[in-house]
Design a protein around this ligand. Structure first.
Ligand code: PMP
Length: 412
């Protein structure tokens, strides 16, 4: 086989993506609502990179961000990132186990472990790497991993890397998990993995019930706190804080790229678990360490999360208020019980049209369509952050309701 035959075989795959992009780009209004290039620091009002020719250049109210704590533009966080670059430079030039470790990594890990109530922590280059690395290091052939049907892709990829048998159970259904565990091979390790908060629906895993089922079958329980840290719980410390337990899960991990405004991932657990990951988690061993600016920014943001719990309360109160206003007007917000609020449009076209109508009224709501979600559940993924004032939420609610009427999603 020569190289051109190789390219021919690849052609059908390239063509499939091409077709999808062409169909999106055939309608400029859809293309324009698809991926905005944000040119401002974290703020509820933002500018985008000149991609909306019909827009008169006024800043847009961002209602689809991930910076839940609203700290992306915070001066203290920016200064901490700058100080880290001044001291350690821009890169870590290697993996942690060779020449890539800096004292900031140790400090960040100590802070994560203390704040999240575990003996030790380990920082990864991303949340994706934390999931893939941890699952791959803990499980292998002969083991069984049981995952919620809509767990994040990085969990799915970690399962594949591990070589363990993978079984899915119905979303947030401990009864179904129970039956799956009953039917599973109990000769190896059994690990149950759930997201604490589901990123597209904004609902919370039923942790106490899941724990009870796991205990009955001798299974370990791991949670991905990507959308929970800074968002749920009285102090914003995630799912155990939310259900008011100190220690209900065996392995907690998450990202530093959402509530915490940096990039990176983390795992917390017992010292022995963390030691094992240091020697066995492949992305920790074979991928570059967290960059200094990211470690510095993350550390500063964690300290702000602890010292300003009012940010968390604000997110929770305003999200509940926004949901209530939208529901009252007849808009469907799915299963949401957190800062993430889906505005269900019911079709891919409907979601694009709704996004375009919102943008024309000055609000960014990013459409999420198939295959990310079933077409019938295509939506705008709305998220409330600590930077949204009551007035921003009122404005956004008004725009969503008016746009939904224009798009015939609710009665005028
Ligand atoms: N887990 C969940 C639930 C996520 O939503 C994401 C990011 N979308 C990740 C893990 C991966 O995190 P990161 O972007 O830091 O790689």
């Amino acid at each position: 086989m020569n190289a051109s035959e190789g390219w021919q075989r690849l052609e059908s795959r390239l063509e499939a993506i091409d077709r999808r992009v062409r169909s999106l780009e055939s309608d400029p209004s859809r293309r324009n609502s698809f991926i905005p290039y944000i040119v401002d620091r974290d703020s509820p009002y933002t500018n985008v990179d000149g991609q909306y020719p019909d827009h008169d250049g006024q800043p847009l109210l961002m209602m689809s961000g991930y910076s839940y704590l609203g700290l992306g533009g915070d001066e203290r966080v920016v200064e901490a990132a700058k100080a880290a670059v001044e001291q350690y430079g821009t890169g870590t030039h290697g993996v942690r186990a060779l020449a890539g470790s800096i004292p900031l990594h140790r400090e960040l890990e100590a802070e994560l472990a203390r704040l999240l109530g575990r003996e030790e922590a380990l920082a990864f280059g991303s949340g994706y790497a934390a999931n893939v690395g941890t699952i791959g290091a803990l499980c292998g052939p002969g083991d069984t991993i049981l995952i919620d049907k809509i767990d994040h892709a990085s969990i799915v990829d970690g399962c594949q890397l591990s070589g363990a048998k993978v079984t899915r159970f119905r979303h947030n259904d401990p009864g179904h998990l129970d039956r799956r565990l009953q039917d599973s091979d109990d000769s190896g390790l059994r690990l149950v993995i759930v997201d604490s908060v589901y990123s597209m629906d904004g609902d919370i895993a039923p942790l106490p019930q899941l724990r009870e089922v796991c205990d009955r079958h001798g299974a370990l329980l791991m949670v991905d706190e990507a959308h929970a840290l800074g968002v749920i719980g009285r102090s914003g410390l995630g799912i155990e804080d939310h259900f008011d337990y100190e220690h209900l899960v065996d392995i907690k991990l998450g990202t530093l790229s959402k509530g915490i405004p940096a990039t990176g991932g983390w795992v917390v657990g017992s010292s022995r678990l963390i030691q094992h990951l240091k020697y066995a988690a492949r992305p920790f061993l074979f991928s570059a360490a967290l960059a200094p600016a990211q470690a510095g920014a993350a550390l500063a943001a964690l300290r702000i999360l602890e010292s300003e719990p009012e940010r968390v309360t604000h997110i929770q109160n305003e999200a509940a208020r926004l949901r209530a206003i939208l529901n009252e007007a007849g808009l469907q917000t799915g299963l949401s019980e957190t800062a993430v609020i889906p505005l269900i449009a019911g079709s891919d076209e409907g979601a694009y049209d709704l996004a375009t109508a919102c943008r024309k009224a000055g609000v960014i709501g990013i459409p999420v369509v198939s295959p990310a979600v079933p077409t019938s559940l295509a939506r705008l993924r709305i998220a409330v952050t600590a930077n949204h004032t009551k007035a921003h939420i009122d404005t956004a609610a008004e725009v969503f309701i008016k746009a939904a009427r224009e798009c015939n999603l609710i009665e005028a």
